[in-house]
Design a protein around this ligand. Structure first.
Ligand SMILES: O=C1O[C@H](COP(=O)(O)O)[C@@H](O)[C@H](O)[C@H]1O
Length: 233
């Protein structure tokens, strides 16, 4: 795991955009196309704006989401809406975007359609950028969620999982570790003192088995996929 710390959000966003651009460019050169999965929330906006400006072979790049709230794209909490507004502009407008939400009423009802579109359009992800919540969640893998076993079952065949815990204000769809563990490269991106403390707690080797308390440990204590942390200092 490489740990990269930057003095400001602006520098962090630029450096992460450089690192992700390099991976995407290499993958397009090697295999003719690349697949990128990105997270939502507040943190990635500046990174999206940086990445979207880069001159990459966008028409050969598929962009999808690590997770999504089950709301329409015009809802302010929609990750698809966020990506369209902040990433898929300028040169990046030429990318192909695959949202996770479909027209079904709930994530459970939309699961098969979501699963089919992922399997039809992606053979393997190349790059995934994760965020982290201050409760130690990443993607929509929440502490003690009833969906956690399915989300983290590495040998499962499902690439997506509905997350409908009653505590959640809005039900969600998330990619699973079965899909994300086959990625070429993963980044974990977060900012601020509070999240630095959460990260330190998550890294405690004595707690490495306690994934249910902080699901972000799935990324930190694995060896299948190279992981780079990008954060403020
Ligand atoms: O719920 C979510 O939160 C995390 C972190 O979001 P932030 O606003 O604290 O940056 C994000 O990674 C995830 O995709 C999103 O659905």
């Amino acid at each position: 795991m490489s740990d990269n710390r930057f003095e400001s959000s602006t520098v962090l966003a630029k450096q992460l955009a450089d690192a992700v651009s390099l991976c995407l460019k290499e993958r397009v050169e090697q295999k003719g196309r690349a697949c990128l999965a990105v997270s939502g929330g507040n943190t990635p906006k500046a990174f999206f704006e940086e990445l979207g400006k880069r001159q990459l072979p966008w028409s050969h790049i598929l962009v999808t989401l690590v997770d999504e709230r089950w709301v329409g794209e015009s809802d302010p909490s929609s990750n698809a809406g966020l990506v369209r507004e902040h990433l898929l502009r300028g040169p990046a407008k030429a990318a192909y975007f695959l949202p996770l939400k479909n027209s079904a009423l709930t994530p459970a009802a939309g699961f098969m359609a979501c699963e089919n579109s992922l399997h039809e359009q992606i053979s393997r992800l190349d790059v995934a950028v994760f965020g982290m919540g201050s409760d130690g969640h990443t993607a929509s893998w929440f502490p003690h969620s009833t969906a956690l076993d399915r989300c983290l079952d590495e040998s499962g065949s499902a690439w997506s999982c509905p997350v409908m815990d009653t505590e959640l204000a809005i039900p969600r769809m998330t990619l699973t570790w079965a899909m994300l563990s086959r990625c070429q490269k993963i980044f974990l991106h977060f900012e601020g003192d509070e999240k630095n403390s959460v990260f330190n707690a998550a890294c405690d080797p004595g707690q490495r088995q306690n994934i249910a308390a902080m699901p972000v440990r799935t990324l930190l204590f694995q060896s299948q996929v190279p992981l780079s942390i990008f954060r403020t200092s």
